[in-house]
Design a protein around this ligand. Structure first.
Ligand SMILES: [Zn+2]
Ligand SMILES: [Zn+2]
Length: 426
């Protein structure tokens, strides 16, 4: 199909759907979107609560917990141990489909009934890690949001496969690092941005393969440089010992000098490592990835963001976190081996063919479900046979198009639209 200009239902601005996009929508059997890419991203992100915590009690064991859900979201929230435990069954909260009401209204009713997990974490993989959210496989971490495979990391966000570091944002494979942003594979760096494969580097921007540098910009494979000037080892060591960074004030003063120096140099148009045919920013090891941000290991994908490790293939509109994903569309905080998953929030661990669902583990062929683990052929948490399931899903999709959900602004959500933010919805 030729590219087409559409008008976004939400912001009322025109946006273009390319012919490649139509091929993707056809392949995964969804209609073309009626929201523009930016509004689709906002619609997903509206559900994402990284660090707004609420005090609650576990609805199962009664212990005090912190949760990303306020009391007006879910009626019941369980702590990680109880949610992953065998003491309850989400399928007990099943509903029959009611064709007199919009489907999404019934899905929201189910969300209200099924206990939610306190945080967005894979609780059994967290060891001694408090106040961490959107995380898995952590050991001794504290106040870490969006992280996996980390050890001894505190006050950080978007940090993967790193250890023994503090105050990092968007870092991968870093060790003994502090106060740095968007750095990859670094050891003992502080106050750095966009550095890669560096060691003992301080207050530097855009360095690759450097060691023992201070206040430098855009250098490649250099050692003993200060403000981009080559020093001998002895001169460098003398400079370092004369540098007064003994107080917060002194550090702030030095930072100001450094940033003024950085400003004199051109910046690369994007931060990317080993990509082919990509657009966006903060992309690594990706191929044919368009309009993607903060992602690694993408292929043939578009409009994706915050993909921690990948691989993520032939997928559109996927936000966070995405390990081993293919042929999926409009998902938030999903991953760890999923395929053919569409329009979901939180689908994990070897799931396939999951649609319009929330907080799902290891399920296949389910539609409009909440909190299920290892189930097949369920709709609104009710068990069906394969034949019943397939017939009913076609009927529901038709019903979603005939009786769309309409939010209080009058926007219509037919099959293929991600669910609207509850603040707008009720
Ligand atoms: Zn829009
Ligand atoms: Zn509990």
């Amino acid at each position: 199909m030729e590219s087409q200009t559409k008008n976004c239902q939400n912001c009322k601005k025109d946006f273009i759907i390319e012919s490649d996009d139509f091929a993707f929508y056809e392949k995964i059997k969804v209609p073309a979107p009626t929201f523009c890419p930016e509004c689709r991203l906002q619609r997903r992100l509206a559900w994402r609560n990284e660090n707004g915590f609420h005090n609650r009690e576990c609805g199962f064991c009664g212990k005090k917990i912190i949760s990303i859900y306020s009391k007006d979201f879910n009626n019941v929230v369980y702590c990680g141990d109880c949610w992953y435990g065998d003491g309850w069954e989400a399928a007990d909260h099943w509903q029959d489909i009611d064709f007199s009401k919009p489907f999404l209204t019934q899905f929201y009713e189910l969300c209200k009934k099924v206990p939610a997990m306190d945080l967005f974490v894979t609780a059994p993989t967290l060891k001694n890690s408090q106040y961490c959210n959107m995380a898995d496989n952590l050991k001794n971490c504290y106040f870490l949001y969006d992280g996996n495979f980390d050890e001894n990391i505190s006050y950080a966000s978007g940090v993967y496969h790193s250890k023994d570091s503090l105050d990092l944002t968007m870092a991968r494979k870093c060790e003994l690092c502090y106060e740095s942003i968007t750095c990859v594979n670094c050891y003992k760096i502080t106050h750095c941005q966009q550095c890669e494969d560096c060691m003992n580097v301080y207050f530097s921007f855009g360095l690759k393969g450097c060691n023992n540098c201070v206040g430098c910009v855009n250098l490649r494979q250099k050692s003993y440089c200060v403000f981009n000037k080559q020093y001998t080892k002895e001169e460098y060591e003398k400079y370092l010992s004369s540098l007064d960074l003994s107080s917060y004030k002194a550090i702030e003063r030095f930072k100001e000098t450094v940033i003024n120096f950085w400003k004199k140099f051109p910046k690369k148009f994007m931060f990317g490592l080993q990509n082919l045919n990509v657009s966006g920013d903060y992309l690594e090891h990706s191929k044919n990835a368009k309009t993607c941000f903060g992602c690694a290991n993408l292929e043939d994908s578009k409009f994706c963001s915050f993909i921690a490790n990948g691989p993520l293939k032939t997928t559109y509109d996927f936000t966070h976190y995405g390990d081993n994903v293919e042929l999926s569309y409009e998902c938030l905080q999903s991953g760890d081996g999923i395929s053919n998953c569409k329009l979901n929030w939180g689908v994990w661990t070897n799931s396939d063919n999951v649609e319009y669902s929330f907080s799902i583990h290891g399920c296949s062929s389910i539609f409009g479900c909440v909190g299920l683990k290892k189930k097949k052929y369920c709709i609104l948490n009710k068990q069906y046979t394969k034949e019943e399931y397939e017939a009913l899903v076609s009927k529901i999709i038709q019903h979603m198009n005939d009786v769309p959900y309409v939010d209080k602004r009058g926007i219509e959500y037919r099959y293929g639209e991600f669910f609207p933010d509850r603040n707008f919805a009720v």
